[in-house]
Write a protein that binds this ligand. Structure first.
Ligand SMILES: NC(=O)c1ccc[n+]([C@@H]2O[C@H](COP(=O)([O-])OP(=O)(O)OC[C@H]3O[C@@H](n4cnc5c(N)ncnc54)[C@H](O)[C@@H]3O)[C@@H](O)[C@H]2O)c1
Length: 452
């Protein structure tokens, strides 16, 4: 029997379950991406099960608690009433209809893609896979991952001989696969999550239709593309665009400082152009799980095609150097006060990688603190989102948040992350010297401020 003649039962069953919100949704990885996604499905009356290998997250969620600052326990409790539960037991996957994977995709020590979380997850899913299920990967990764890495593990690891549906094929023993990138901008209050159009690329037309329906149930707009690889590449283009443009303004900032020009004034003026210009802003270096990491997924993959992604490499070089520029600027500013960096007391304001969020990943503040310490400075920090900073993948600081008082005791207050809660007027008034990497003191007239 040709595959086309097989009745499309799996497809129509799942489609109708999704449309009636009866589909059981599994979300694997209940982190910054997975948990908010689970809440969106719960709000729309879907029954959601969150899977995570972190038992603390599982038990916190099951007891109605939250471990992400901007998500309140009340939101978790409301979702629990809709049937949200969490587990680390992959055997529960059998009863799920759609499986969405939101696990980390970091770089390894050689700056290469570390797909171990994706492959580990795929190996855990495979034995429990059932015909007719839809599996969607959301983790940011290079084009080809879904088809070349995820699908072969799922196909090999299940004992029932299930195959991912490709082309028009939709046999009885098939499951559906798609890629859909997460585009959330943490801390951004101006765009509601469901208003961010959701790009989806299925491995087959029916996988595209099913994943379009799955996301159409919670997002106001879905954007279908022709393949998982096109969806993977879309996400990378977006992040590389940001990375390259931030590097451009960072480089121009260094030139402006040398020329005695104010880059912020220049960007504001350029932003008045009603077309052809989108503002990006300089800073102390790139942070977060995405922008400093994702572009290198593509440069790695490009090598397979004998291709060098020079913009990515150049942008990386400029952005990586920004924390060093910050350290030099602090040293110069202290020098103006006849002080050496060695032995000076420096208070770093803000360690999160950007304002108003509780995320430290790849934060340039961590590098800056380490550089200042290596130069002999006595460094303290304040950040309302972090009572302490311990040990992470690339740092080991073991520091506690210093109170935001008696600022005159510090030789320099260094603004690294411009949280909205800070009273910058007071900070400048009470400090001896303020080095500002974010233009947070904009509009405050004081000889104590050094922009860098
Ligand atoms: N955080 C963001 O703002 C953001 C935005 C866009 C895209 N992304 C991408 O989304 C993906 C997830 O990022 P995140 O920020 O949510 O990461 P995260 O570290 O906050 O969460 C990932 C979760 O996956 C869990 N996990 C790891 N391996 C697992 C496994 N085998 N089975 C079950 N759970 C497992 C971890 O315990 C963790 O709770 C990454 O690829 C990231 O690049 C993140």
């Amino acid at each position: 029997m040709s595959s086309q003649t097989v009745p499309a039962t799996h497809f129509s069953e799942l489609k109708s379950k999704i449309e009636q919100r009866q589909a059981r949704v599994a979300i694997i990885g209940m982190g910054y991406v997975g948990l908010p996604l689970a809440l969106l499905y719960s709000e729309r009356s879907f029954k959601v099960t969150g899977f995570d290998i972190d038992e603390r997250k599982v038990s916190t969620l099951n007891s109605g608690g939250s471990y992400i600052f901007r998500i309140t326990p009340a939101e978790i409790l409301a979702a629990r009433e809709q049937g949200l539960s969490a587990t680390s037991d992959y055997a529960q996957l059998k009863s799920m209809d759609a499986v969405i994977i939101c696990v980390p995709t970091p770089l390894n020590e050689y700056h290469e893609p570390d797909l171990s979380y994706i492959t580990g997850t795929a190996e855990s899913i495979a034995p429990h896979l059932r015909a007719g299920q839809l599996v969607v990967l959301e983790s940011t990764t290079y084009p080809g991952t879904t088809e070349e890495v995820l699908v072969p593990i799922l196909e090999k690891g299940n004992k029932s001989g299930l195959k991912a549906a490709r082309g028009e094929d939709q046999g009885e023993k098939s499951f559906f696969v798609a890629f859909s990138p997460e585009r959330e901008d943490p801390g951004n209050q101006t765009v509601a999550r469901r208003d961010i159009p959701k790009v989806v690329g299925g491995l087959s037309p029916r996988a595209s239709e099913l994943s379009g329906a799955l996301y159409g149930a919670i997002f106001n707009r879905t954007v279908p593309v022709s393949s998982p690889a096109a969806a993977e590449m879309t996400k990378l283009l977006e992040n590389i665009y940001r990375c390259v443009n931030i590097a451009l303004v960072n480089e121009l900032k260094l030139l402006c400082l040398r020329m005695g020009l104010d880059i912020w004034e220049v960007i504001d003026a350029a932003s008045t152009k009603p077309f052809g210009f989108h503002p990006f802003y300089p800073g102390p270096g790139l942070g977060g799980h995405c922008i400093p990491v994702d572009p290198f997924y593509l440069s790695w993959k490009a090598k397979e095609w004998d291709f060098r992604t020079r913009f990515i490499e150049l942008a990386g070089e400029i952005n990586v150097n920004m924390p060093y520029h910050v350290m030099d600027s602090v040293a110069k500013a202290l020098n103006q006060h006849r002080k050496a960096l060695n032995g000076s007391k420096v208070l770093v304001l803000g360690v999160a990688y950007k304002k108003d969020i509780d995320d430290l990943r790849e934060s340039p503040a961590l590098t800056i603190i380490e550089l200042l310490q290596q130069a002999g400075a006595q460094v303290s920090y304040n950040d309302p989102y972090f009572p302490e900073v311990g040990r992470g993948r690339k740092y080991d600081l073991q520091m506690k948040c210093a109170p935001l008082e008696n600022l005159g005791q510090y030789d320099c207050v260094l603004i690294v992350t411009d949280h909205s809660d800070y009273d910058y007027e007071r900070i400048v008034r009470d400090s001896i010297l303020v080095v500002d990497t974010r233009n947070a003191t904009r509009g405050i007239q004081s000889g104590k401020i050094v922009h860098c």
